[in-house]
Design a protein. Structure first.
Length: 290
């Protein structure tokens, strides 16, 4: 966990607390092979050290596979969900339109496979499962970036809800969990803004409420570089050299919540917080933070 993740969590905390809501921590470890329990423990302890504790029991996606399987069955009853045998390598090798999130605009290659054809292919290679999207725009208003509009068929294509290794995709997992927890506000990084229409599409099919969305600009180092643990931009390092109020104050200043870089307690920021203060461009950390 680095300063960018901490800032997102802090803004999420301030957003819900300023409205009298609950702050809920969810560990998105749906792919348990890539997300060891030790990493989750570090995240939870770091947030707690900075004063951010979950108001409800922490949710671990790795423990909710049955819920995602149930949601998949509902989708199959209400939309066209089909097996896809296209490998990631093959898709990226083709001359296919690239999406802003780094994905590809799926051409629907496997959509017309008969059940017999699919069964024959499945003998040699397990499929992923995609959901067919409608040819109509999905619109929403982001609390930071304003009105958004996306036609899934033109701008995304049929997308994966379960990977070929059996792991449920991020889109389905977060939508299911948001519904389970009764989430009313989602605060996260702007790199996920492009994903939101897909999640709204799934919410509608599953009969779930659509929360308000607030996407926070990406956080960069004082020199404009992308933050990474490999470069030493870890929260653990921060906590060894700065007090929690110094860290919170520096992040609040970078996010334009306060006007000067000074130590401040998390509780003192609650009445000062407003989404209107947040920048619409990349957030640059103060040069004295690391």
């Amino acid at each position: 966990m680095h300063a960018g993740n901490i800032l997102c969590a802090m803004i999420a905390y301030l957003s819900v607390k300023s409205k009298g809501g609950k702050f809920i921590i969810r560990i998105e470890d749906v792919d348990a092979s890539r997300c060891p329990k030790s990493a989750a423990k570090d995240i939870i302890e770091t947030l707690a050290a900075l004063g951010m504790k979950s108001d409800e029991p922490i949710i671990y996606q790795s423990e909710r596979t049955d819920a995602y399987a149930a949601a998949e069955q509902i989708l199959k009853s209400r939309a066209h969900v089909y097996p896809c045998f296209c490998s990631r390598a093959a898709l990226h090798a083709d001359d296919i339109a690239r999406l802003p999130d780094g994905g590809i605009l799926y051409a629907g290659t496997c959509k017309t496979l008969s059940s017999e054809q699919a069964a024959k292919k499945a003998v040699n290679s397990p499929p992923s499962y995609r959901i067919e999207v409608d040819d109509e725009p999905i619109e929403f208003t982001d609390g930071v970036f304003g009105k958004q509009r996306q036609n899934l068929k033109e701008d995304c294509g049929d997308f994966i809800i379960r990977r070929r290794d059996g792991v449920y995709a991020y889109q389905l997992a977060v939508v299911t969990d948001d519904g389970y927890s009764g989430i009313t506000e989602v605060v996260r990084g702007a790199d996920l803004l492009y994903d939101t229409p897909r999640q709204i599409y799934l919410q509608r099919l599953l009969g779930l409420h659509t929360p308000e969305y607030y996407h926070i600009p990406l956080v960069l180092g004082h020199d404009g570089r992308k933050l990474s643990k490999s470069a030493g931009d870890s929260a653990a390092r921060l906590l060894k050299t700065k007090s929690k109020d110094e860290i919170i104050g520096a992040l609040a200043f970078a996010a334009n919540i306060i006007g000067e870089n000074r130590p401040i307690a998390l509780r003192e920021l609650i009445p000062l917080y407003s989404e209107k203060k947040l920048p619409r461009t990349d957030i640059i950390l103060p040069d004295n933070l690391y």
